[in-house]
Write a new protein. Structure first.
Length: 412
């Protein structure tokens, strides 16, 4: 087992605040009565930057949405506030310092939704992905002031909110523990360091999903991570605790390295999806396009009008490659104009992000064809006369009543 190496650094910045155990303010959208009390519209509304205000229980919210809109849902399938991309739920100006904000999602919401808390256009916390679970936003000390106006902004997909809890900060608590690693996937072991900006604070942590306290392991060095691990850490000074910070560091074993010389495989992309930032190289074989969230085979007898993406496969799984509108990449690769590329191996360069409800390659900005043999080209030409379909992500060729893989291996 690989170890975690944790080194502590303390910087003199003064004290900040700490969230109380119970919320100071709760905004409820979880029942039909709550939606009606707010007076939220039942049809989508878009607004100007000034927004539309709604009041319930003495709290006033402002909904801002320049595109997509927002509305209140009430019915048998659930009650909640739905916000589309670029919508903002602006909270009241509280007369107390805020340490954290909890946003409650629902199981039917998009797992690709990205949102964060902002103050005057500045990110006051760390953006998170997935509206389907409860998300905790720890407010940075610089934004923990009474009178601040916090806005929960959705920057991708749809958010569905059933409740918002706002926690008051308590003076005298140490700052939150800072992690040297982001909560993402890594393809090799990493060294994680923890630190607290508050001078004299002690850090305690756990790796078994339990909440850390003064009776947990004291952070005093030398732990190194080589497997997926959830670390929870708290800073304590003079008996007062900071917020608990939780991060899951994901370690995965991949075939490739994401370089042009050693690209990630499609299996690698599935492991790294939405967890590995930056553009990477991924290799696969072109078999068609995605339509209505499913791959569709393209060949000489069944073309496509879709130019916005490619479907590439490794023979087992199939993912989509985005071809951005107006880009040279779309002009060069789209199968509407270039059916001759079907069956060719290709390396594409882009970000490994959810696309068509699965791992995909978005913001594609480069590509390179691998050389394929004459035999394969002849085989592909022959295959184009046969019937193709996709079963469990694998291209199946029906030829004279027999089933074959795209590489010509007969399937039993």
């Amino acid at each position: 087992m690989k170890k975690l190496t944790l080194l502590m650094s303390a910087l003199l910045i003064g004290v900040v605040a700490f969230a109380a155990d119970a919320p100071k303010v709760t905004l409820d959208f979880s029942t039909k009565e709550a939606i009606e009390a707010w007076g939220l519209p039942s049809d989508y509304k878009t607004t100007e930057a000034t927004g539309l205000t709604y009041t319930s229980g003495g709290n006033t919210i402002t909904m801002i949405s320049t595109s997509g809109g927002f509305k209140g849902i009430k019915g048998e399938n659930g009650n909640y506030l739905i916000m589309k991309t670029n919508s903002i739920l602006q909270l009241p100006a509280f007369d107390f310092a805020v340490s954290k904000i909890l946003v409650y999602g629902r199981s039917g919401a998009s797992t690709a939704a990205v949102f964060n808390v902002y103050v005057n256009g500045n990110a006051a916390s760390t953006a998170v992905t997935s509206a389907a679970v409860t998300q905790t936003f720890l407010i940075a000390s610089a934004y923990q002031a009474a009178g601040n106006v916090y806005g929960i902004k959705v920057t991708n997909k749809n958010q569905q909110i059933t409740k918002v809890e706002v926690y008051e900060a308590v003076a005298g608590a140490p700052a939150n523990v800072e992690f040297s690693l982001e909560e993402q996937a890594y393809i090799e072991q990493k060294v994680l360091t923890l630190s607290c900006p508050t001078d004299g604070a002690s850090i305690y942590y756990t790796t078994d999903e339990t909440e850390p306290s003064a009776s947990s392991t004291l952070y005093d060095g030398a732990i190194t991570v080589d497997q997926t691990m959830t670390v929870k850490a708290v800073a304590i000074k003079n008996g007062v605790s900071s917020n608990i910070v939780t991060k899951t560091i994901t370690i995965v074993s991949t075939e490739g390295q994401g370089t042009k010389e050693n690209p990630f495989t499609i299996a690698d992309a599935k492991l790294l999806n939405d967890k590995y930032p930056g553009a990477q190289w991924v290799i696969g074989r072109i078999i068609g396009v995605f339509e209505d969230n499913v791959p569709v085979v393209v060949d000489a007898t069944a073309g496509t009008e879709t130019a916005a993406n490619l479907a590439i496969t490794d023979g087992t799984d199939t993912i989509a490659v985005q071809l951005l509108n107006g880009s040279d990449i779309r002009t060069a690769l789209n199968l509407k104009d270039h059916k001759e590329f079907v069956g060719r191996d290709i390396k594409v360069h882009g970000e490994i992000l959810s696309y068509f409800q699965r791992a995909g390659i978005k913001n594609t900005d480069d590509y390179e064809f691998d050389g394929i043999s004459t035999a394969l080209e002849e085989e592909t030409a022959t295959e184009q006369k046969d019937k193709k379909l996709i079963e469990n992500g694998q291209v199946i060729i029906i030829r004279n009543g027999a089933r074959y893989s795209i590489t010509g291996v007969e399937l039993k």
